[in-house]
Design a binder for this molecule. Structure first.
Ligand SMILES: [Zn+2]
Ligand SMILES: [Zn+2]
Length: 207
């Protein structure tokens, strides 16, 4: 998929203070996410991936384009085409996207190599039938060590999205805060805490 054939992306210059504030806020969000790790797979997010994560509403549990595409059951390249097509028509996002390209020294602003060439063989999205066949796994093991994605509850929420209803999760977490955080998160999210023997926790996802 070639996004917006025949068009050239142009940066947008805010006119009103409100527009400027909106753009500044988006830039600040991108700067916050850039360099952080995808909660799904651990890939580092570049500026472009950060812009896409924000536009997809995933800024609190940032995911790379490969994981976002999988969540939507789209091949990565199709997802990228759609995401860029979307942001091209929105002044703030388009400007943040172009800013990322300049900062990263990307020659092609429309198809930056950081996304299009770094992950060309990214696994295609699971189809609905694949997903039914492969999930929910009977037991999922997570080794969180002494850290999650900076925030244990956020890391758990993000990973739980990949577990089917009723799935059993065995968590290994040595973070001293986990003994409070994991039960609190279970109560809040409605999951059943079956075992609490730090550093091991067994959780059943709500159905
Ligand atoms: Zn990812
Ligand atoms: Zn990039």
């Amino acid at each position: 998929m070639v996004p917006w054939p025949g068009t050239t992306l142009q940066s947008w210059t805010p006119i009103t203070p409100a527009e400027q504030a909106e753009l500044d806020a988006l830039f600040a969000e991108v700067d916050r996410l850039e360099g952080t790790s995808c909660c799904g797979c651990g890939r580092e997010l570049c500026g472009h991936a950060s812009v896409i994560a924000i536009q997809m509403g995933a800024k609190d549990a940032p995911r790379c384009v490969v994981c976002l595409a999988q969540a939507l059951e789209l091949p990565t390249e199709d997802f990228l085409g759609r995401a860029v097509d979307f942001l091209a028509r929105r002044d703030c996002y388009r400007t943040a996207w172009l800013r990322a390209g300049v900062r990263e020294g990307q020659a092609d602003p429309m198809r930056p190599a950081c996304l299009w060439q770094a992950w060309p063989t990214a696994p295609a999205a699971h189809t609905a039938s694949d997903r039914t066949a492969s999930t929910p796994p009977a037991v999922v093991h997570w080794d969180l060590g002494d850290e999650g994605c900076g925030d244990l509850a956020l890391a758990l929420r993000c990973r739980m999205a990949d577990v089917g209803p009723g799935g059993l999760v065995v968590i290994h977490a040595t973070d001293p805060g986990a003994v409070q955080d994991i039960p609190a998160w279970c109560r809040l999210a409605g999951h059943a805490l079956l075992e609490l023997t730090p550093p091991t926790y067994r959780v059943r996802k709500k159905s």
